[in-house]
Design a protein around this ligand. Sequence first.
Ligand SMILES: Nc1ncnc2c1ncn2[C@@H]1O[C@H](COP(=O)(O)OP(=O)(O)OP(=O)(O)O)[C@@H](O)[C@H]1O
Ligand SMILES: [Mg+2]
Length: 286
Amino acid sequence: MTPNEPAGSAGAASVDDAVGAFADAAGTPTPAGDSRTPILRARRLVKTFGRVVGLDGVSLELYPGEVLAIIGDNGAGKSTLIKCLTGAEVPDEGEIWLEGQPVHFKRPQDARAAGIETVYQNLAVSPALDVAANLFLGREERKKGLLGSVFRVVDQKGMRQRARQELAALGISTLQDVTVPVENLSGGQRQAVAVARAAAFGSKVVVLDEPTAALGVRESNQVLELVKNLRDKGIPVILISHNMPHVFEVADRIHIQRLGKRAATITPQSHSMTDAVAIMTGARRG
Ligand SMILES: Nc1ncnc2c1ncn2[C@@H]1O[C@H](COP(=O)(O)OP(=O)(O)OP(=O)(O)O)[C@@H](O)[C@H]1O
Ligand SMILES: [Mg+2]
């Protein structure tokens, strides 16, 4: 029994089906006794690709200051879900609220402008540019005065200084030199740049799709530390991962996707890794 699953739902196909009437009447179900307002909330998202159903009525809640992991088998709809939340895909149906306000993102830039920073599964850093330039990609700061306003001269010195400050604030100590091209960095350092970029601009929410999938043990641990640092700074994080030990180490709550639906939302306290895998594969209900 999960904290947010109503009694008597055995036999229902998913949590969202099971709580349909309840959710309509009383809003999205929250963990027992939890009266907080979600910073980001989605209700009954549907996304189809031709005849393939990517999302089949998925709801999700992200609360302030938490790490919400999303787990599920390949093709369960994890990436599609976060793409719908971050403007990379537009859902066919369903509603999304950010800080209680309805939002309708058409492009990733829309979500970014609203304070949602995303590191997609296919990592987007520009290898030929240096660390500082990557951090400010698409947000270059101009020099003060006419040089900046008229001639659009980029304030490289200022950006490098700010890049150092941002990295230090996030506890990233492996990137001493922000003038190094990103192509010369290790996989973990590149990921750190992407995460730092996500964190550096006063974001309200940071979304990471499989940030440790291609990384070694040490590099993965660095990224996990970053996720914790973000949370400690008060920035909630949505983290997609296949790595159960990682998920159970950092997540406050775990959203389990199965066949395009939310099968359950659990916590590391309420369920074991074996339980989580069983729900993921359909061997067990939440
Ligand atoms: N652009 C697309 N065109 C067609 N089908 C798509 C598209 N994007 C996703 N799908 C399909 O939607 C379903 C969900 O895909 P999604 O990428 O969300 O899965 P996932 O849970 O992120 O999987 P993985 O763990 O492999 O990353 C899959 O069946 C996939 O083939
Ligand atoms: Mg994916």
